[in-house]
Design a protein around this ligand. Structure first.
Ligand code: P5A
Length: 445
């Protein structure tokens, strides 16, 4: 993409309304625009990040055996009346009536609808287990939408729902999602610590929140510092191997970690030696629940088992805050100059800076490298604008692409470009004829 053809409305000054760094940087980098309280448009740069996050979540959910569907944003109130949540949900639910005066709502979550979809779509116990998920916008009329897309009213969630014949089998489905979450957050360059958590309006008695540590997080958390030394990424997992999946979950749940709502100080002190006790703040990027028959019971989600006996299905639900993650990743990865995108979610991998737009030779070389990188499948944002070098550097640092390739008349004379690593700040002179190979060969992390 040529910057001269792109739409990236950069703000020069810090927006006054932004209280936390991710909100500030997302506005400054032209990633999002507020439309009304807690409701945002995603501009090209932000939208690309959102899609990258979504794709990682999708791949890891599919790997764990979940199957993607797409349910509507607008739901009828009928199923919610059956589960009892139409009244329970209160003011957070955005209620609308259609032209026939039917009660409708903008879905804050989909337990009822998916349970009804599964109920009507399965014949027997042989159709279980199943795990269905979608990635869809939700609406919750939060009392205090704040921190930009972190606590929005409209937000993008991945929500998966498991269906099993027994509580025991359901526990395995829960474990698979637990492990899938470890993997998907890790792929985004995040350490999301699984913590015991409150179940709130979703319900059930087994639940974990996944939190990344950040001073600006809304939750107070208490955990064992041993989490820092765990092996987060180097496990390949066979999801059909119940015992192996359970052992990973056991490893990650044997250490103390809890959010403030359910924190038990006495247990904490008994389990964790004083020098290993850490308290801080965290951002909840995922939340998983096991609630058994809470929805299948009132919605009549029943199958016959092998012996012909009717069995009520056991379920859990599993959420990832896709849009919140865009902000959470920035909270975890930035410096004074701006965002530092992990390669896996970066909107472009390379920022190509032309230091002398209008100069025939420099333009020629930049155009050539841009073309070759693009043809090699490397995503590039090419700053071909006619601005001063200082401004170009600052802008590229602000938007945080992992690599900068800087080409100017002086380097051209020596046949080199400067390659800068945004995260480390390291600069390297690379011969112009090796630039493309360097990025084409080096697979993104
Ligand atoms: C689990 C999936 C649920 O709704 N039902 C379906 C269950 N869980 S949850 O914890 O309420 O939400 C799941 C994740 O969504 C993100 N999230 C939000 N993101 C931005 N703005 C909000 N207002 C918001 N509310 C929830 C969080 O990441 C949460 O973990």
């Amino acid at each position: 993409m040529r910057l001269s053809n792109y739409f990236m409305p950069i703000l020069r000054d810090d927006p006054k309304e932004a209280e936390i760094v991710s909100h500030k940087l997302m506005l400054r980098a032209g990633m999002i625009r507020q439309e009304s309280a807690g409701i945002y448009s995603w501009l090209p740069l932000g939208f690309q990040v959102l899609k990258n996050i979504e794709q990682i979540v999708r791949e890891e959910q599919n790997r764990a055996g979940a199957i993607e569907v797409l349910m509507p944003t607008i739901q009828s109130a009928d199923l919610w009346r059956k589960s009892g949540r139409y009244d329970d949900y209160g003011k957070e639910m955005l209620r609308v009536t259609d032209r026939h005066d039917r009660d409708m709502l903008y879905g804050p979550t989909n337990e009822e609808m998916i349970t009804d979809i599964l109920r009507s779509g399965i014949q027997s116990y042989k159709d279980l287990p199943r795990n269905l998920y979608h990635i869809q916008w939700k609406f919750r009329d939060e009392v205090r939408p704040r921190f930009g897309i972190m606590r929005g009213r409209e937000f993008l969630m991945k929500d998966a729902y498991s269906f099993d014949l027994s509580a025991e089998a359901g526990r395995h489905s829960y474990n698979k999602m637990f492990v899938s979450y470890l993997r998907l957050f890790d792929r985004m360059g995040l350490r999301a610590i699984p913590m015991r958590a409150d179940t709130g309006p979703i319900g059930g008695d087994l639940s974990h929140e996944f939190l990344i540590l950040a001073e600006t997080g809304e939750s107070e958390v208490h955990f064992d510092r041993d989490f820092y030394d765990m092996n987060w990424s180097e496990f390949e997992i066979d999801y059909d191997d119940d015992a192996r999946v359970a052992s990973v979950v056991k490893e990650f749940t044997s250490k103390y970690a809890a959010t403030d709502e359910i924190h038990d100080q006495a247990e904490y002190e008994a389990k964790v030696p004083a020098e290993k006790r850490l308290s801080g703040r965290g951002i909840e990027v995922g939340h998983i629940f096991f609630f058994g028959t809470k929805y299948s019971e009132p919605l009549g989600c029943v199958v016959q088992d092998e012996s012909g006996k009717s069995v009520t299905i056991h379920s859990g639900s599993y959420g990832v805050g896709i849009s919140r993650l865009a902000g959470a990743i920035i909270e975890a990865s930035h410096d004074d100059a701006g965002i530092i995108w992990p390669e896996a979610v970066a909107p472009f991998r390379v920022g190509l800076i032309n230091l002398k737009s209008g100069d025939t030779e420099t333009d020629g070389m930049c155009d050539k490298i841009y073309r070759e990188l693009t043809n090699a499948g490397v995503s590039v944002l090419y700053d071909d604008k006619d601005d001063r070098a200082g401004g170009k550097f600052a802008r590229m640092d602000l938007i945080g692409l992992p690599w900068q390739v800087i080409i100017g008349p002086r380097g051209l004379k020596d046949g080199i470009a400067e390659v800068k690593n945004r995260a480390t700040g390291e600069r390297e002179n690379v011969p112009l004829d090796q630039i493309v190979a360097q990025f084409a060969d080096r697979a993104p992390a």
